[in-house]
Design a protein around this ligand. Structure first.
Ligand SMILES: NC(=O)c1ccc[n+]([C@@H]2O[C@H](COP(=O)([O-])OP(=O)(O)OC[C@H]3O[C@@H](n4cnc5c(N)ncnc54)[C@H](OP(=O)(O)O)[C@@H]3O)[C@@H](O)[C@H]2O)c1
Length: 258
């Protein structure tokens, strides 16, 4: 029997108020995990928390881009003794790298790389004790093929991928796996925002922008957040015990590289 059972496993799911993070929280709860939802919007988290299947779920309103807020929350996060960390939040604003203010890079590194490092440092001791740890970073296909017009994102995601690969080699002996999921075009508010921005810039309709994007996807449709969540849940499960240090695209075949 395939073992996707996460009963009794505490899981911290970041960026959980909508999109891929919210779908992941639901899927992990379906698999039996006790989930803590994290993002900035407390009201939304509270609503989602009551709708999760199972019991014992919780939420934490926190801005991962604020080093001070994160430092203050870390003791509570460490106490959670999470066996699973889904490291996820919103993507940096679009724009060309050459046009970005250096402060945009700094903000991106704080929200993605440094927040991940602080969360991992807080949680790895508990994972070691449990002899079970799963860290899954939600980043982007841009770590394999940088995406035009996402200069800061491309740069920061690459750093997160290199960090995760390094961690996977350091933490393997402790039974802790570290993997990255690379979403393709996924039907979430993030995608809606990118489509609207492109339509504006290209003086095209949103329908035309969507059609051009879909033309790049062999499967011929956008991904449902639940489909990305299924891949994440697999990596969090006992089934994926020998998989670490990988980049798993969930992109309908869009990436052209091997
Ligand atoms: N959707 C796609 O097509 C696609 C493609 C490639 C990569 N990705 C990446 O995959 C990740 C998830 O994508 P998504 O489409 O689900 O994004 P989304 O719809 O924008 O949702 C992002 C989530 O992160 C939370 N968040 C944003 N900033 C935060 C912060 N500073 N601190 C804590 N939480 C924060 C948001 O909630 P609050 O507002 O409540 O904080 C929200 O729950 C993003 O990094 C995105 O760039 C997405």
């Amino acid at each position: 029997m395939l073992n996707l059972d996460l009963s009794g496993r505490p899981a911290l799911v970041c960026g959980a108020s909508q999109g891929i993070g919210a779908a992941t929280a639901r899927t992990l709860a379906d698999c039996g995990a006790t989930v803590t939802l994290l993002s900035r919007n407390q009201q939304r988290l509270e609503e989602l928390c009551t709708k999760l299947p199972g019991s014992g779920h919780d939420f934490l309103a926190l801005d991962l881009g604020s080093p001070d807020d994160l430092a203050e929350a870390l003791p509570r996060i460490a106490e959670g003794g999470y066996h699973i960390l889904v490291h996820n939040s919103g993507g940096p604003p679009a724009g060309r790298a050459i046009d970005a203010d250096p402060a945009e890079f700094e903000a991106g590194f704080h929200q993605h790389l440094i927040a991940g490092q602080r969360l991992a440092q807080a949680l790895v001791p508990g994972m070691r004790k449990a002899a079970y740890g799963r860290i899954v970073n939600i980043i982007s296909t841009s770590v394999k093929e940088p995406i035009p017009g996402l200069g800061v994102s491309n740069t920061v995601r690459g750093a997160v991928a290199a960090w995760a690969k390094t961690l996977s080699r350091e933490l393997g002996p402790d039974g802790i796996t570290v993997n990255n999921v690379l979403p393709g075009f996924t039907q979430t508010p993030r995608l809606d925002g990118l489509v609207a921005g492109k339509a504006d810039k290209q003086n095209a309709s949103e329908g035309e922008v969507r059609a051009a994007m879909l033309a790049q996807v062999p499967i011929g449709r956008f991904c449902k957040p639940e489909e990305t969540a299924a891949a994440i849940a697999f990596l969090c499960s006992p089934l994926a015990s020998y998989i670490t240090g990988i980049n798993l695209p969930v992109d309908g075949g869009r990436l052209g590289s091997l």
